[in-house]
Design a protein around this ligand. Structure first.
Ligand code: 2YP
Length: 250
């Protein structure tokens, strides 16, 4: 069944809408693996517990689902979560979920609700090499239990591993951000962890002129605004190498 795409925003600027809905989740507990509870893959909407990815998904889905009076329409919200989380909005088993953020971002761009800002603005590129899921099945029980899904995930990994993405290397990101990174942009942190493309994600938020990150933090155990600048977060973590910037489309 085709899912209707809701293309109006609660506010004129989608970035400001993303930021204000994201801030609405402040202090929600950080809980990973909330989508992996059931054997049968189905849509999970749990706004009481989130990890970095589900936080961004719920926030974007809210910004995509306003009613006339500026409230969020529940049915549209669930449809939009599905469009963001599953390949072309269709749930067809575990492998239809967009596990790698390279795949997740491409789906959003292909379906017209995301823009790749780093592709337009940053000349630095890197080759995608992903095999983390197939080489760490113990971290993904639904995969470990299904040879068929394992085959599908390996095929997806091979396709993604032909791609190249644009990013901003960590040493090219100033404390004060860049003029073309806006409040409400999606920040995906690139990594040197073998076989993984992105290791963390969140939402751009300028505080006192410094570019910070609004995110579901595994160390703070909740949705929070980083106390230090994003550039410093990258420097403090030797597995993080830079950022991709994506934007909800007008
Ligand atoms: C994703 O992980 C999962 C999805 O399976 C899951 O692990 C992978 C490759 N994908 O549907 C989704 C929602 O739960 O999460 C995320 C994970 O984020 C960490 C744990 C965080 O909360 O900071 C996305 O991929 C974003 O960065 C990576 C990271 N995965 C690993 O570190 C293995």
């Amino acid at each position: 069944m085709a899912i209707p795409f809701i293309s109006t925003y609660a506010q004129e600027d989608p970035g400001e809408a993303v930021l204000s809905y994201g801030l609405g989740f402040l202090d929600v507990p950080y809980v990973p693996h909330t989508l992996d509870g059931e054997v049968k893959e189905d849509l999970v909407v749990n706004c009481d517990e989130m990890d970095c990815t589900t936080f961004v998904e719920y926030t974007l889905a809210m910004a995509l689902s306003p009613t006339e009076d500026g409230q969020v329409a529940e049915g549209d919200f669930a449809n939009n979560v599905q469009r963001i989380r599953y390949r072309d909005g269709r749930i067809d088993g575990y492998a239809s979920r967009l596990h790698y953020i390279t795949d997740w971002a491409e789906n959003g761009i292909r379906n017209g609700f995301l823009e790749d800002i780093t592709e337009k603005k940053s000349p630095y590129t890197q080759k995608v090499t992903v095999n983390y899921m197939s080489t760490h099945p113990e971290q993904y029980w639904k995969l470990a239990d299904s040879p068929e899904d394992m085959r599908k995930i390996k095929k997806i990994e091979n396709e993604l591993s032909k791609k190249e993405i644009h990013y901003i290397p960590e040493d090219k990101l100033p404390v004060n951000g860049l003029p073309w990174i806006k409040n409400g942009d999606i920040i995906a942190i690139t990594t040197n962890i073998p076989g993984l493309d992105i290791a963390h994600m969140g939402i751009a938020f300028y505080v006192d002129g410094k570019l910070g990150l609004l995110h579901a933090s595994s160390t703070e155990k909740k949705v929070t605004v980083s106390r230090i600048a994003l550039s410093q977060m990258l420097k403090n973590n030797d597995k993080w190498t830079g950022i991709r910037v994506l934007r909800l489309k007008k």
